[in-house]
Design a protein around this ligand. Structure first.
Ligand code: LLP
Length: 431
């Protein structure tokens, strides 16, 4: 995984830093991010667009992992930024991210959130529905503001992934339907408003997708509509945003294609379609989240108690669980792991890794082959960089773990561990 290896002490190493040492120094559970790998992923996307000579924006979908340091890294790598809430926007602003490269998503942006976006003059608002379209019109009028927008459409595509993270199908809470006239109606309304520059369309068909078919199909449906709108409405899209969703390899069973291949196939298809339908090639924007940060993250846990159900299974509990990684409980997500203090020891047993939350469903990994393991061993779970910290919670009043960035043999704390005081900071007494 990434730049992990085994060092001369026989311990797992990430970004040139000893994982066992990190656990000792910063405590566990601990999220560790390999910065070089995140840079490599970002450059991979950007380079592919450059090679194909296509004007593009690669917007990091910050919902995957949003902290001030992460946003600053995205800025250093020349990425744009996709935010989906006032909180993510605030984080970007605090991080000093260039506002003109921020894109604002969401199916129920509040008046306050939209005002915040307008006041900060962010680059683009992705309008999701008619309510928002009207609200944004009103706000622009009130503030005498002008804004670039994309219209989010649902192309009616069923990507092959978990139902909860499917978003492009017709029966979705997101976007204007492309097929039944909604999108066209929205476009007419938006084009009539002088406060808007309608840059183009956005669609996102789902997440953790392993093939390009869905993207190509979505592009086809959109370009066909664009041809019709060029003739009927004189509308020419300057931007086509095809969302994120590029899958990554969590376990040996996963076989995603390379990020550059997604980009190549998408671009080739859009170029071809644009020619075929006599349209100018639009700028292509994408919004990867998981594929930029997912495999760069590792969670370190300390092993604690164990329990044997004779003849059935052995449970090994760690000091975190669904409070720092809800994905196994929520999506039956699978992970691989090793003992950081003996990564090369031969597995001689199969154990199931339990979290410490008071809930039977709090299992991180079922049936993991491991060497002899017990109290004080450090378990390293791979590929936890996306939707781990960002979905972490305080269930059972468990403090959220710290986050450390490692690069070139150096570690830097980028999010402090929550304390018990933090947990009650907002609580008020009964009387
Ligand atoms: N753009 C839009 C409009 C999105 O809704 C999403 C993800 C992305 C981009 C980024 O998708 P990515 O490249 O990360 O797949 N919590 C779930 C994933 C939810 C994804 C929601 N939207 C999980 O842990 O698998």
């Amino acid at each position: 995984y990434g730049s992990t290896g085994v060092n001369k002490n026989g311990n797992l190493e990430i970004g040139g830093v000893d994982a066992v040492e990190l656990a000792r120094q910063y405590g566990t559970p601990l999220y560790v991010y390999d910065v070089a790998l995140m840079r490599e992923r970002a450059r991979g996307f950007k380079q592919t667009f450059d090679e194909l000579n296509v004007t593009a924006q690669v917007a990091y979908a910050s919902k995957a992992f949003s902290t001030v340091a992460m946003i600053q890294l995205a800025e250093e790598e020349g990425l744009s930024l996709d935010v989906v809430s006032g909180g993510e926007l605030y984080t970007a602003i605090v991080a000093g991210f260039p506002v003109e490269r921020i894109h604002f998503h969401g199916n129920n942006k509040s008046r306050e959130e939209l005002e915040m976006a307008l006041d900060h003059r962010i680059g683009c608002i992705v309008v999701d529905n008619f309510t928002e379209l009207e609200l944004l019109k009103t706000l622009c009028r009130e503030k005498n503001a002008f804004v670039h927008i994309l219209l989010r459409i649902t192309p009616g595509i069923e990507a092959h992934t978990h139902d909860y993270i499917l978003t492009g199908q017709e029966d979705s809470k997101f976007g204007f339907d492309l097929q039944n006239g909604q999108a066209e109606k929205a476009l007419r309304i938006a084009m009539e408003c002088d406060s808007f520059d309608v840059l183009g369309l956005h669609c996102h068909i789902g997440s953790q997708i392993f093939e390009t078919t869905g993207f190509l199909l979505a592009a086809k449906k959109i370009v066909e509509k664009l041809e019709q709108w060029k003739i009927e409405l004189s509308f020419e899209a300057k931007v086509l945003n095809l969302g994120g969703g590029f899958g990554i390899r969590y376990t040996k069973e996963d076989e995603p294609i390379q990020p550059s291949q997604y980009v190549r196939e998408i671009i080739t298809e859009v170029k071809h379609l644009a020619e075929q339908h006599s349209l100018k090639m639009p700028e292509i924007w994408i919004e990867p989240g998981r594929s930029l940060v997912g495999d760069a993250g590792i969670t370190l846990y300390k092993v604690g108690s164990s329990k044997e159900v004779p003849g059935v299974r052995k449970y090994l509990a760690v000091d975190g669980g669904m409070s720092d990684n809800i994905r196994p409980a929520l999506y039956q997500a699978k992970y691989e792991a090793v003992l950081a203090n003996k990564p090369l020891a031969k597995a001689n047993q199969t154990v199931s890794i339990a979290g410490k939350c008071c809930e039977s469903g709090d299992m991180l990994i079922w049936d993991l082959p491991l060497p002899e393991a017990g109290e004080e061993d450090i378990l390293a779970v791979f590929c936890t960089g996306a939707y781990g910290y960002s979905m972490a919670n305080n269930y059972n009043r468990i403090p959220r773990p710290a986050v450390v960035f490692v690069e070139n043999g150096r570690a830097a704390l980028v999010v402090k561990r929550e304390s018990y005081e933090d947990l009650v900071r907002l609580d008020l007494p009964l009387k």
